[in-house]
Design a binder for this molecule. Structure first.
Ligand code: GLU
Length: 323
């Protein structure tokens, strides 16, 4: 008898869960938003995690999920195909996406819209000290990771090399590894150097420098000037002394901006709520990664390379940041 009752209850609860009404009950009016982020050992991923937890605490109707990815180029394509609702990516790549610059993009990513600028990402070429790479030109004949598949890093590597009259073919080996793998390969001596366009202090670079003696190869002089002229999203930047173990002098390089974007199709009210929640809870972003401290309402539109989403625009107009 008891057994029958139990089975009966089980069938009933199963039916409830599987029925359309049951579905509605369990997800009462929750809206799902996915953020395409980046490398697990980068900065996009922890920051997207912070945005997700801000939503969890402050926006009961919205559930934000975070995916890791190769990053910028891949993320723009996820926005185009609506496989992601939001994404973090480099401002240069966002602009190229909107324009449909080939060969990165077959066609314009017409639905990419800005939410806010986040922080500076430095082009950092991390090399094993024993590989004796003092300049970009010294990368000739070396085994180099040019960035993960779908990264903005790979594009920046191409652009930097171009200024030195170099191509990937000048390397003895070209690797496209995840940032976790490239860190491991550097530590094991399976590669000599790796390109990363990423916030200074990214876990992958910190970890590598803890394990093996490393340098950051400078990008400077006339090549840097030419680079900034041809690709105006690059700005002069410095990897500060002490940023990683063994870096005992400032290293000149270039930087781009990381920005948060959304699909144009996202409802205005939702984009507004998310933008507002981020700026109302900026301390949570700061806690997620040191780079989060660069996010400020006053500078939130610096380096924004694409039109704003109307929801974000409404927020920044209210705050007097946008005319
Ligand atoms: N900027 C990087 C890229 O698109 C990703 C950095 C990160 O994941 O923090 O190549």
């Amino acid at each position: 008898m008891r057994k029958k009752l139990l089975i009966g209850l089980l069938v009933l609860s199963l039916a409830l869960v599987l029925s359309p009404q049951g579905m509605n009950l369990s997800h009462a009016a929750k809206k799902f938003v996915s953020i395409a982020s980046g490398w697990v050992v980068g900065v996009y991923y922890p920051l997207a995690g912070a945005i997700s937890s801000i939503a969890h605490k402050n926006l009961p109707d919205i559930k934000v999920t975070v995916e890791s990815s190769g990053a910028s180029v891949a993320n723009a394509k996820l926005i185009a195909s609506s496989d992601a609702d939001m994404a973090i990516l480099q401002n240069d790549i966002a602009f190229y996406a909107l324009q449909g610059v080939k060969p990165m993009f077959d066609k314009p990513v017409a639905n990419i819209r800005g939410i806010t600028s986040l922080y500076q990402e430095h082009c950092q070429i991390q090399a094993r000290k024993d590989a004796k790479i003092a300049t970009v030109a010294d990368l000739k004949g070396k085994r180099v990771c040019v960035g993960p598949l779908g990264s903005g890093t790979e594009q920046n590597a191409l652009q930097i090399l171009e200024m030195y009259g170099m191509k990937f073919e000048d390397f003895s080996k070209v690797e496209r590894l995840t940032a976790t793998e490239s860190s491991d390969y550097l530590k094991d001596g399976r590669i000599d150097a790796a390109f990363y366009s990423v916030g200074v202090g990214a876990a992958g670079l910190v970890d590598t420098a803890m394990t093996v003696d490393c340098v950051i190869v400078p990008v400077d002089g006339s090549q840097r000037d030419a680079l900034m002229k041809k690709y105006p999203f690059f700005t002069k930047a410095v990897v500060n002394k002490g940023a990683y173990k063994g870096i005992d002098a400032d290293v000149p390089t270039v930087a781009v901006m990381a920005i948060l974007v959304a699909r144009a199709e996202m409802e205005e009210a939702m984009a507004y709520q998310i933008t507002k929640a981020i700026f109302d809870n900026i301390a949570d972003i700061e806690r997620a990664h040191a780079k989060g401290k660069e996010l400020k309402l006053e500078t939130a539109l610096n380096g924004m390379s694409i039109p704003l989403h109307p929801g974000a625009e409404k927020f920044f107009k209210e705050k007097g940041i946008k005319k």
